[in-house]
Each structure stands twice: as structure tokens, then as C-alpha cells.
Design a protein around this ligand. Structure first.
Ligand SMILES: Cc1cc2nc3c(=O)[nH]c(=O)nc-3n(C[C@H](O)[C@H](O)[C@H](O)COP(=O)(O)O)c2cc1C
Length: 218
């Protein structure tokens, strides 16, 4: 058995370990739902397009029976990362670490900022480590004001996830010209909404497969 698989897996799984999703708490149709944490890397709160896209993805994951936890980084006071351990007592960091430990998969959501992802998301990831992120599945989504979309941000995030021993699914969502993409909180284009559904299904499937493989190896 490879060393470390048990240690890296999230602790409690299934309804008892998933306080965030009402559907999960009520669900009897899946004995072992996957637990997925969405991190919103914009600080603009309800006005944020990143947040709106993440809400849609998490709703699809919910509908697929996943336990979902939504963490808007504008709603949690996190310290700036200084070194590996010296902010461990900070309540915001403790909350972030606990929620990341519970998760088996992640959605990282970011705006494109100067051809990359946002600093607030980088700080949150720097406060975590492979202890919470390693051997877990990641899906990446991004939005951009410009026509080129968020492909640079998502490409850079792939490299970061590799740095914490995580696994990124090949599917990703990059919305260019984001001011034209939404009709209120809904996506204006049904094909884009279909891509969101496909992305969520792929992330749920890959997360379930990885969790099952780790269980088998344990
Ligand atoms: C500091 C900063 C840098 C940005 N850089 C880019 C960029 O490189 N490419 C782009 O298309 N849009 C860029 N934008 C526009 C944002 O992607 C756009 O405003 C987006 O809506 C912000 O995300 P939010 O709505 O989730 O807060 C930038 C915005 C800011 C504030």
C-alpha cells in the first residue's frame, strides 16, 4: 500500500461529514456522496461574475448528489501567508484548513487578473498544503472581462495544483467577455449552460473514481 493514502484522505465522509449541503443531509440515494469544496477567488461578493459561475457549478454538483461546500473568500478573514505554520492559530485559517480537509474534490474559481489568477486565491492556496490538497481532484473555472478568456489563469492554476500533488480534470470553463455571458444570475447561452453541466458531471465522476481508488488501496 502506498504510504500516505489514509493520511491524505478527508476524514468523515458522507452525510455525517458534510454539514454544508441540505440535499446531501437528506439524501439516501447515495451511500457515499463525494464532498466538494468550491473556492471563489473574487472579493466582489454578490456582484462577482466568478461567484455567479461558481454558484451554477456547485448547484449542478448538488443536483448530482455531491456534498457541496461554498467558500467565498470575500466572506472569510484570512491572514496573509507568511510561512508554513506561523498563522496556524488564526481562526480563518483553521476554518479554511478544516473545510479543505473534509473535501475530496475542489472547484477553484477565479477571475483573470493581469493574465493570471487572483492573488486572494493564491493566498488561500498558500495557506493550505498537500496535507489537505494532495491526492484530491480539482476542477478549474475562470471568467474574464476580455475576449481572450481566463485560459492563462486556468493554465497557471494547473501548475499550482501540481505543486500540491493534486489532480486536475482536463475539462475546464473559461468565460470570455463575461459582461455579456449572464442574464441576471443565469447564463445567457444554453450551450454554455450545457458546458457547466458537463464540467460538473466530469468533476463528480473523477472525484468519485479517485476516492474509490484510494479506498481500495487503503
Ligand atoms: C486587477 C485586475 C486585472 C485584470 N486583468 C484582466 C486581464 O488580464 N484580462 C481580462 O480579460 N480581464 C482582466 N480584468 C477584468 C476582470 O477579469 C473582470 O473585471 C472580472 O469581471 C472580474 O471578476 P469578478 O466579476 O468575479 O470580480 C482585470 C481586472 C482587475 C481588477
Amino acid at each position: 500500500m502506498p504510504v500516505g493514502y489514509n493520511r491524505r484522505r478527508g476524514p468523515a465522509r458522507g452525510p455525517a461529514g458534510c454539514p454544508a449541503s441540505p440535499r446531501c443531509l437528506l439524501s439516501n440515494d447515495s451511500a457515499d456522496p463525494v464532498h466538494i469544496l468550491g473556492l471563489c477567488g473574487s472579493l466582489r461578493g454578490p456582484d462577482s461574475f466568478t461567484r455567479r459561475l461558481l454558484v451554477l457549478v456547485m448547484a449542478e454538483l448538488d443536483a448530482l448528489g455531491a456534498c457541496t461546500d461554498f467558500l467565498d473568500l470575500s466572506e472569510i478573514a484570512l491572514p496573509m501567508c507568511k510561512s508554513t505554520a506561523d498563522t496556524d492559530d488564526h481562526p480563518g485559517k483553521r476554518d479554511l484548513v478544516a473545510r479543505a480537509e473534509r473535501a475530496q474534490g475542489f472547484v477553484l474559481a477565479t477571475p483573470e487578473y493581469h493574465n493570471s489568477y487572483s492573488g486572494v486565491l493564491k493566498n488561500a492556496l498558500d495557506l493550505l498544503s498537500s496535507e489537505q490538497l494532495g491526492d484530491k481532484m480539482f476542477g478549474l473555472i475562470g471568467i474574464a472581462g476580455g475576449d481572450m478568456g481566463a485560459v492563462n489563469a486556468l493554465g497557471h492554476l494547473r501548475i499550482v495544483v501540481r505543486g500540491v500533488n493534486g489532480h486536475v480534470i482536463p475539462q475546464q470553463i473559461s468565460l470570455p467577455s463575461v459582461y455579456r455571458q449572464f442574464d441576471g444570475d443565469r447564463l445567457a447561452d444554453e450551450r454554455t449552460a450545457g458546458r457547466v453541466r458537463d464540467f460538473a458531471a466530469a468533476l463528480a465522476l473523477h472525484t468519485r473514481r479517485l476516492a474509490a481508488t484510494l479506498d481500495d488501496l487503503a
